[in-house]
Design a protein around this ligand. Sequence first.
Ligand code: DTR
Length: 340
Amino acid sequence: MLKRVSFLLAAVIFATFALTTFLSAPAVAEPIKLNYANFPPAPTFPCVQMERWKEEVEKRTNGKVAIKTFPGGTLLDAKAMMDGVIGGQADIGCLCMAYQPGRFIVTNATSLPLDLPNAKVASLTLWDLYNQYKPDEFSQVKVLTMFATAPSNLMTKKPVRTLADIKGMDIRASGGAGEILKAWGANMVGMPMSATPEALQKGVVQGLFSSLEVMKDFKYAELCRFVTMTDTVIYPFAVVMNMDSWNRLPDDVKKVMDDLGAEQALWTGEYMDAHVKESMDWSKETYNVEVIQLSDGEKAEWNKLLEPMIDKWVADATAKGLPGEKIIEDIKMISKKHAE
Ligand code: DTR
């Protein structure tokens, strides 16, 4: 009798275990989890585009992929981004190529003073240029998209109306844009955007050179009450993925991401252009920021100082075995096509 009861009890326990295990097993497979690292704070445009990309991928793969985003350098910071993704510390990372000018020579040519008119045209031009040249420096990663900022302008604590005003002023920039500041006689202080709020706050720099959406997103308008319009250069960005993480993805997910490449470049360019306008309206309204337009004569002088930069870049690129002259011609041609 005791044997029969024990047998029955064991059978009940087994049945309960089997039922709870199998019935509660998820009907769908666990999503593929991916980490996405970014260096600036969440409200800034590189992170806004990251959230949009995440949402689109999750939606278009019907939840087959779940992306966890890490803004503010919490997973990888600005300069560690490319190597961190190559090494697998993050599956995906967003980087500003201008922060490593010697590493991304071809794509950084877009940050020469070539008059790319806005972020939309610059982003589409950069994406086409990348796809045309597929530079070696990206061979260890999967490039998901690229995009660019709007042209850079000066944001300063004191007004800059002439070359004499900018001479010797400590101004923050990075990469190609830094070379421009030097050509104008400023004392260029190089650092990523993520280090700039503190430098401005502490008075290490008297201003910065960047696209103007940062006046609102980083509240620079509070400290920099003057904007000098130079509309000079854009900064190029890339979103890259660890090669093993990419290779592990099923084909339908790869297709969703591939299809998003050009679309994301366009979306980000358009978002940036609109956001610059919004940021400047806010800055004028909230902090009475003065926007300084250089006279034609003054602007011609500023531009003249930049002329040797392209020739120097071509000479350096050619010395490294790259078709420097052709890259510049291609950027001009592609951007003209996108500007039409
Ligand atoms: N202009 C570049 C890149 C840049 C422009 N806006 C943002 C916002 C957040 C991070 C980077 C950037 C720069 O000055 O670094």
